[in-house]
Design a protein around this ligand. Structure first.
Ligand SMILES: [Zn+2]
Ligand SMILES: [Zn+2]
Length: 243
């Protein structure tokens, strides 16, 4: 969520090319601006179900608890009467030590198989075997139905004595990034009261909130009990059609 302006420029550039490369399954509802699908993710119609496709590189399979925790989190806030389905699949190694935003976008476009269509909204989560080349962050959201978790960075910063477990860190990152797809903060779900940390983009000013900015950059803030959404963030989701 840092360097937002330059991210957008890169994405606009990429989208220009993407427009020429649509496949039969991608009917243009994915791969648009972050936050655009917040309302559609929160409400029951026209998308009565949500399918999450998690694709991971070798060695970075998410544990069952982190996936289950994400599902419970979503069931708390979004209305999907036909259910939330999660598909977890391996993809090949990146063969790189760092990945750029363009690399991430290319990998997603190469392997993603589930798209928003008919009554199903789809979200793609990529877990990489490399660090981000732009800054030292654990995860980033970049489109309306896409985010990336840097699996190697997460593993390097969790699981040792005195650290958060990898499962807990993955849980917090899955939930935080999904919070961005749900329009938090002030990017798709309008604020009901002013609580945006403007200096740090689409984040919440509350240090204890799941949407505090440094959850993407510091495992220290993701300590037990795991952070959850504060009242201001929940109010924004409710006002935009959430539970
Ligand atoms: Zn964030
Ligand atoms: Zn908050």
């Amino acid at each position: 969520m840092f360097k937002r302006r330059s991210l957008y420029i890169i994405l606009l550039f990429t989208l220009t090319f993407a427009a020429c490369k649509k496949t039969d399954v991608d009917d243009g509802k994915d791969y648009v601006t972050l936050g655009t699908s917040a309302h559609d993710l929160l409400v029951a119609a026209p998308y009565s179900s949500l399918t999450i496709e998690i694709q991971y590189m070798p060695g970075y399979e998410p544990d069952n608890a982190s996936v289950t925790n994400l599902e419970s989190f979503l069931n708390q806030y979004i209305n999907k009467p036909d259910g939330i389905k999660v598909v977890v699949e391996p993809i090949p190694a990146s063969s790189k030590s760092t990945l750029s935003l363009n690399d991430i976008v290319s990998i997603e476009k190469k392997y993603r198989t589930v798209f928003t269509t008919n009554n199903q909204i789809a979200v793609h989560i990529l877990i990489t075997d490399a660090d981000y080349d732009a800054s030292n962050i654990f995860a980033t959201s970049y489109w309306n139905t896409s985010f990336c978790v840097f699996g190697k960075t997460v593993s390097d910063n969790s699981g040792r004595a005195g650290q958060i477990t990898r499962s807990q860190l993955l849980t917090v990152l899955f939930e935080h990034e999904f919070g961005h797809l749900l329009g938090l903060v002030n990017q798709g779900s309008p604020m009901q009261t002013n609580h945006q940390d403007v200096a740090n983009g689409a984040h919440c000013i509350n240090k204890k909130c799941l949407m505090y900015y440094d959850i993407e950059t510091s495992a220290i803030s993701a300590t037990s009990p795991l952070p959850s959404l504060d009242a201001n963030c929940v109010a924004d989701l409710r006002a935009n059609g959430g539970k």
